[in-house]
Design a protein around this ligand. Structure first.
Ligand code: GDP
Ligand code: IMO
Ligand code: MG
Length: 442
């Protein structure tokens, strides 16, 4: 059996939640390795609809062990809200949901800092999810952060006495009175908060690296659930319009303490068109009627914030880049059905920047902003593909679209998703994914 990393190949919301949920029966454990409750992963089956933010999508499978790795920033309030929502719907979490003792704690002041920065930035804002993700990672890297293991530490008060004046000074500099906020920002209140959280979190706390490596040691398989996507990665994305963690596959090793040598494959999740929430360059972005069509048909509204998503054509410069930085050999192509009614479909296959053809993603944000996409145009199929189960049953034009993407991106399409539900999935015969999971999924 294999350990597989699932990553988004675009700007997030590719359908990672659906794909992870679908693969779960072939694995013993699922682990998130980065990000926090900025993620919104949707899982649908029967008449059920779940939105997961912090907790891995595997939680909906009763026999899955679920882990929040050290690379995450965990908001305890959001965590307990999610566990109680799940329990209210009959999903038992105790005894199979674990939080790394080395994960960072996202404190109530972090969203306040996030909001204050975004408000002060005006037009230069990132368009964050306002969950405090950036400030929490910043405190981690500047070594002021609090880890789960530190929640009941003797040294906590002293740590906050160093951190609090910095936070208050920053807020005041941004024109926010820290004492006027609903969240008290002082060392005593923060210490009390952490002490209380320490008790509530104790049943979930564990050494995730040890647990996962032990499981792998006895032949178990782990699915690593990426959040966000390649172009939102702090190192490889369209900086500074990115999130604050390594969402690409390399993050899975760092963010769980399972070494890269234990990873057997990387499955990239690629939406059949593009979407982006928040600010930043989006070369093949659409406006007008096709934008409206995709947003409406694809229900492209944020799972976490409800914001309307920007929509565009599929961009294979981005997809090739995602393949390279992640080591993707197999792709799950999602939301093909959303294109069903279009008369023609375009794919961005290269960039024209200042009169020159460019086939690799430029690092320079100004250049990325000046991209004129080079498109190839395909005839649509204008037939319903929702829930088709075999590739050969897809309309010929849809088959050609899928084969073109496979060729252009340079990785095998192992799975095609034609609807939000588990069963609305085409598993390709003799696929790499099948070899990683030891047989057909679903
Ligand atoms: P994630 O963040 O990558 O897990 O993706 P989201 O859950 O934020 O967004 C994907 C949305 O598309 C969700 O509402 C899914 O239910 C839905 N979805 C996933 N796959 C398909 C598909 O193949 N077709 C359609 N129509 N919807 C899909
Ligand atoms: P999933 O896992 C789409 C975007 C935000 C913003 C940028 C930084 O559901 O694919 P942050 O709050 O992380 O500091 O925001 O990243 N962003 C996402 N966009 N899907 C996500 O997660 C995202 N998580 C963050 O919109 O542009
Ligand atoms: Mg999402």
């Amino acid at each position: 059996m294999s350990n597989v990393v699932v990553v988004g190949m675009q700007w997030g919301d590719e359908g990672k939640g659906k794909v992870v949920d679908l693969l779960c029966p072939k694995f013993e454990a699922v682990a998130r390795y980065q990000g926090g409750n900025n993620a919104g992963h949707t899982v649908k089956f029967g008449d059920q609809h779940f939105s997961l933010h912090l907790i891995p999508s595997g939680i909906l499978h009763a026999d899955m062990q679920c882990y929040l790795g050290n690379g995450m920033v965990v908001n305890p309030d959001a965590f307990f809200e999610e566990t109680s929502n799940l329990e209210a719907r009959g999903v038992e979490v105790e005894g199979r949901l674990w939080v790394s003792d080395r994960a960072q704690v996202l404190l109530p002041m972090h969203p306040e800092i996030d909001l204050a920065r975004e408000a002060a930035a005006g037009n230069a804002k990132i368009g964050t999810t306002s969950r405090g993700i950036g400030p929490a990672y910043e405190h981690k890297v500047s070594r002021f952060g609090i880890r789960v293991a530190d929640l009941d530490s003797e040294a906590l008060m002293g740590r906050f006495e160093m951190l609090v004046p910095r936070v208050r000074a920053e807020l005041e500099g941004l024109g926010v009175d820290p004492d006027a906020l609903a969240t008290p920002i002082n060392a005593t209140a923060l210490t009390d908060y952490c002490r209380e959280v320490a008790v509530r979190l104790a049943p979930y706390k564990t050494d995730v690296s040890l647990a996962l490596n032990d499981l792998i040691g006895v032949g178990g398989s782990v699915l690593f659930e990426g959040a966000q996507g390649a172009l939102l990665d702090i190192d490889h994305g369209s900086y500074p319009y990115v999130t604050s963690s390594n969402s690409s596959s390399g993050g899975a090793a760092i963010g769980t303490g399972v070494p890269p040598t234990a990873m057997d494959g990387v499955l990239g999740v690629l939406k059949a068109y593009g979407t982006r929430v928040g600010e930043g360059p989006f070369p093949a972005e659409l406006d007008g009627t096709v934008l409206e069509y995709l947003r409406d048909r694809g229900r492209e509204f944020g799972t976490t914030t409800g914001r309307p998503r920007r929509c565009g054509w599929l961009d294979t410069v981005v997809a090739r880049y995602a393949r390279r930085i992640n080591g993707i050999r197999a792709i799950a192509l999602t939301k093909l059905d959303v294109l069903d009614d279009l008369e023609e479909i375009k794919v961005c296959v290269g960039y024209n920047i200042d009169g020159e053809r460019v086939d690799e993603l430029p690092a320079d944000l100004a250049k990325l902003g000046r991209v004129q996409p080079i498109y190839e145009t395909f005839p649509g199929w204008q037939e319903n593909t929702i829930g088709r189960l075999r590739f050969d049953d897809l309309p010929v034009n849809a088959q050609q679209y899928v084969r073109f993407i496979e060729e252009e991106v340079g990785a095998e399409i192992s799975l095609v998703s034609t609807g939000p539900k588990r069963e609305e999935t085409i598993m390709m015969d003799d696929s790499l994914l099948e070899s990683w999971t030891g047989g057909l999924v679903g």
